[in-house]
Design a protein. Structure first.
Length: 89
């Protein structure tokens, strides 16, 4: 029983490490985007529309918050989709 709990904990650490890696990749992608295109909103039309309505989360459309959030979501969905359930080594 203890061995099973330890193995589950190790699997969870690996899972969390992969999610953190995908978020770091998002930060790097955001930094490269800023280097190439400047610190402009990802979707300018949507950003200016949200800004005109004083929407509090319009800052999410800038590269540094946008790419890590999307990368984290996609990484989590990918890990959930490729998870092998019921298979133990």
């Amino acid at each position: 029983m203890v061995k099973l709990v330890i193995l589950d904990y190790c699997k969870m650490e690996k899972y969390e490490a992969k999610i953190i890696l995908s978020i770091v990749i998002g930060f790097v992608t955001g930094a490269l985007y800023i280097t190439a295109f400047g610190n402009n909103p990802i979707m300018p039309g949507l950003y200016y529309t949200l800004e005109s309505y004083d929407f509090p989360l319009d800052w999410v459309l800038f590269p540094i918050p946008f790419f890590p959030i999307i990368s984290g979501i996609v990484g989590t969905l990918f890990l959930e989709a490729t998870k092998k359930e019921g298979k133990e080594k």
